[in-house]
Write a protein that binds this ligand. Structure first.
Ligand SMILES: [Zn+2]
Length: 429
């Protein structure tokens, strides 16, 4: 018999975390073969609902099945299952969760749980169980002066193709990565930022630079008291609080037990974190795959995309109208087709391909906005696991917002940003 959520009590589900579009609960009730080690992802009121989509959560599952799973190793993607949810059950869960959710999240315009939903997504609990998990958040959150508005700004693992950059932004964008430019703008607004961390170090494939990136992530995590948003750590399913000694001690014990005995001596918890994370990241092709996808799906930069859309031969509607899943599938076939790829000239792009470039940019944004989870389970004998999460489909209506933000960030830096500390792209051609 198919076991539904109503066989559990809403109080069995504990609030875990939330992002811009979903709230995540973890199963915490009596033993249940179906729900133990599961999380439930529930959509918030969703402003970017794609055209024709009647159920966003089925869309998330279908988007993974038909699009992102064609581009990433299946082992890195979480198993997702659609599950029905009853109105009264959801209402009770919503009211139980209110005391646990951050007030600023609840008060943002799309911050409430969508009580009209009749489906949610069930997936494996990637941060639960024994052991520890490091979630490297590859997003930064920018809050405008208006605190009720939150934009999620994707993170980039590459420097843009210089071909279509304007004279005004060219030098800045070729010498500083998007993350570091954005950090400068945020620092002017006195927002918490991850100092010294540059994603191009993390994506470089060079041991010393990956180490430097991990070390900076740790330092920002500590100094921001866990709020830097680029790194979160969980130990035995609990979010680690860097200000809480007991919590840190748990983490210390978990990390050390995942390292070989020879590496457990005389190292601080930070050194152990860097060593364990480095060993998995430098052996796995995941960062390389993400950087390659981000770059190859964004060959024109947002500036080139918008210049192309101004061409008299381009069809303006190519920049509007949410793609259907069928259109996404056609897009993926073209992206993976060497003959189609050979027909594209990114230096002198054909306006007839504007729709292809717009969809590519959207998909690149999903890969810039995802998170990576590293899981270290039962000691050094069990190989650690990597997962890529939050690969949601982006709305095409965000393109304009991204273009304006890009210009704002680049010109703000060009005006009076620090000229030193350039970012280096190890994979640029
Ligand atoms: Zn950088």
């Amino acid at each position: 018999m198919d076991q539904g959520l109503e066989s559990t009590s809403p109080s069995d589900w504990k609030y875990l975390a939330e992002g811009g579009s979903t709230v995540v609960f973890t199963y915490n009730g009596p033993y249940n073969a179906k729900f133990n080690r599961c999380v439930l992802r529930i959509r918030k009121s969703f402003e970017d609902k794609p055209e024709g989509a009647t159920d966003e959560d089925d869309l998330a599952i279908e988007f993974q099945r038909r699009v992102t799973s064609k581009l990433l190793d299946h082992e890195w993607l979480p198993r997702l299952e659609s599950i029905s949810i009853e109105a009264s059950w959801l209402q009770e869960l919503d009211s139980l969760s209110r005391d646990h959710r951050p007030p600023e999240r609840q008060s943002s315009p799309a911050g409430s749980i969508d009580l009209n939903l009749r489906k949610a997504v069930l997936s494996e609990n990637l941060i639960g169980g024994h052991g520890w998990a490091a979630e490297i958040k590859v997003i930064i959150i920018l809050r405008n002066e208006d605190p009720s508005q939150t934009y999620i700004q994707p993170k980039w693992g590459f420097l843009p193709n210089p071909e279509h950059l304007s004279a005004e932004t060219r030098d800045t964008k070729l010498n500083h990565c998007r993350f570091c430019l954005h950090r400068y703008q945020r620092s002017l607004q006195h927002q918490k930022t991850s100092e010294h961390y540059c994603p191009l170090d993390l994506f470089s494939g060079e041991t010393g630079r990956i180490k430097q990136a991990l070390s900076s992530l740790w330092d920002s995590w500590k100094s921001s008291e866990g709020h830097s948003n680029n790194l979160r750590l969980f130990s035995a399913g609990q979010l680690v609080d860097p200000c809480n000694e007991i919590s840190l001690n748990h983490l210390r014990t978990s990390i050390k037990s995942s390292l070989p005995p020879s590496s457990r001596q005389n190292s601080s918890v930070k050194e152990s974190f860097v060593e364990a994370s480095l060993s998995i990241l430098s052996r796995s092709p995941v960062l390389n795959a993400l950087s390659r996808l981000q770059r190859s799906l964004d060959p024109l930069d947002i500036e080139g995309l918008y210049s192309l859309s101004q061409s008299p031969k381009s069809v303006q509607s190519a920049m509007h109208g949410e793609p259907s899943l069928e259109e996404w599938e056609t897009f993926i076939n073209n992206y993976l087709d060497p003959v189609f790829q050979a027909s594209l000239d990114h230096r002198d792009p054909d306006p007839a391909n504007l729709r292809y470039y717009a969809l590519a940019y959207l998909l690149s944004a999903s890969f810039k906005d995802c998170s990576i989870i590293l899981r270290f389970l039962d000691g050094p004998e069990t190989p650690p696991a990597i997962s890529v999460i939050d690969l949601d489909v982006k709305s095409i209506e965000r393109l304009k917002k991204w273009k304006n933000l890009d210009y704002e960030i680049a010109t703000c830096f060009a005006c009076d940003g620090p000229p030193d500390s350039k970012c280096r792209d190890a994979h640029s051609l």
